[in-house]
Design a binder for this molecule. Sequence first.
Ligand SMILES: [Zn+2]
Length: 173
Amino acid sequence: MVFNRKTYLRMWRARNPDYEKLRWADLGKRVKRYACHRRWVIENRERVRVYLHNWYLGHREQQLRWQSDWATQNPGKVRATRARRRARELRAASDQWSWKDIEKIYARQAGLCYYCRIELNGVFDVEHKIPLCRGGSDRLENICCSCEPCNQRKSRKTDEEFSSVLASEASSI
Ligand SMILES: [Zn+2]
């Protein structure tokens, strides 16, 4: 006989035949309680709205702290969200990408900045090769991972324009 969790459970149930009955009865009660709660929430929608609003006001600082903690821990994601919002505002064609897609691009670049090839170590910006303001899309083919300095220096340039700037800098050294 194998004494695993299942076996013990079976033995325990054999010794407590009323358990199953109780369990299902309790489940029925829980479902009923939940349905009751749902009905109350729907009937008292305005009250719930006021309550949640007040809760938010009372915990505003806590909320903001959580948000800013998350933001400082995830600077790349914050900038990615901003880039996405901008794409939406400009109605750019988008692939509706997720963070998983960005991780794939990051892996394809072997964790290096698309422009200066510096090691990113997981800290990077989601960058549009052809900027949105110049008609670039939010499609994955137009997205790369870059270091923050490159993203800022590139600004409204296209990837080709910025690459030629970097090339001429390298040749003048
Ligand atoms: Zn760079």
